[in-house]
Design a protein around this ligand. Structure first.
Ligand SMILES: Nc1ncnc2c1ncn2[C@@H]1O[C@H](COP(=O)(O)OP(=O)(O)OP(=O)(O)O)[C@@H](O)[C@H]1O
Ligand SMILES: [Mg+2]
Length: 288
């Protein structure tokens, strides 16, 4: 597999090797409304993600992407239907399927290494093992020299790397990412997009990425699900049959990007138009 690695440590990823044949997700007839009198937010969502597959969910603001991700993670129970991970119905969050949010949500009073090791501490892993695993992860995300630093002294991109290391600490089979790079500058975002896709591919982690950014979806996915809104539903599924690493300039990249843009333009437009290149809630393009 020819993968590009940015600051994240390729040697360490290779050492750990492909570790997963699990992490398949099946979403069956999931519908949701937040109260009995409220309108349906999601209707009849059916999708399957293979173990180790990288998929994105794209759709306009408010179409229910985060709601669906919360349901997949077990943070929210659907009004009807169910989610299964490796055949088992998801009823609560688990360290085996970790969610990462737009903001790093780290603990500011803890050091970088304490934040990374937190999940392992909760899992009652021995201090020695936590220390070893934390060292490995900090090296993996290129933050060894920041281990003792205060979280607040880190840049946004570095904080997202800490959050990524923390998410990987428990060796999850599934990573659920809710627009994790949208607050970052183009260069940091681009490095993290490449790195996270490479880590997931190499370790066999299943990735579900929620994004507004069509380029991000093409860069990081094997398949993209397009959602429409009112109520939220999956209206299209586009395979991204490109090798790795992916480059914006490639003709095939642009071909799939156009396909996605078309599918996205077909979704219902009930919000005011926003800038294509900067609107956090409009369709974005990081490399246009
Ligand atoms: N806790 C909640 N209670 C009631 N309604 C909610 C709640 N969370 C979300 N909603 C509503 O559900 C709909 C879908 O919200 P959701 O956050 O899933 O959208 P989204 O696609 O992630 O949007 P964005 O791209 O802006 O993040 C919205 O209309 C929102 O107002
Ligand atoms: Mg959202």
């Amino acid at each position: 597999m020819n993968l590009f690695f940015g600051p994240i440590n390729a040697r360490l990823i290779a050492q750990e090797g492909e570790n997963s044949v699990s992490g398949s997700i099946s979403v069956d007839y999931v519908s949701h409304q937040f109260s009995k009198t409220a309108d349906a937010v999601l209707v009849d969502i059916n999708l399957n993600v293979k173990a180790g597959e990288l998929v994105s969910l794209i759709g306009r603001s408010g179409c229910g992407k985060s709601t669906l991700l919360h349901i997949i993670s077990g943070l929210l129970m659907p009004a009807s239907g169910c989610v299964r991970i490796d055949g088992k119905t998801v009823t609560r969050p688990s360290a085996k399927w970790n969610m990462m949010f737009q903001k790093a949500s780290l603990f500011p009073w803890m050091s970088v290494r304490q934040n990374v090791g937190l999940g392992l501490k909760f899992a009652r892993v021995s201090k020695k093992q936590i220390s070893e695993r934390t060292d490995e992860l900090l090296e993996l995300v290129g933050l060894t020299d920041k281990a003792q630093d205060n979280i607040q002294s880190l840049s946004g991109g570095q904080q997202q790397r800490v959050a990524l290391a923390r998410s990987l600490a428990t060796s999850p089979t599934v990573l659920l990412l809710d627009e994790p790079f949208s607050a970052l500058d183009t260069f940091t975002r681009s490095a993290l997009q490449q790195d996270v896709a490479a880590i997931c591919k190499t370790k066999g982690i299943t990735l579900v990425l929620v994004t507004h950014d069509i380029d991000e979806a093409v860069l990081m996915s094997d398949r993209v699900f397009v959602m429409d809104q009112n109520p939220g539903r999956v209206i299209d599924e586009i395979p991204v049959d490109l090798g790795w690493p992916r480059k914006h300039m490639d003709q095939d990249f642009q071909r799939i990007r156009k396909k996605l843009l078309l599918a996205f333009k077909g979704t219902e437009k009930t919000e005011p138009p926003r800038a294509l290149d900067g609107g956090r809630h409009g369709v974005e393009s990081s490399a246009a």
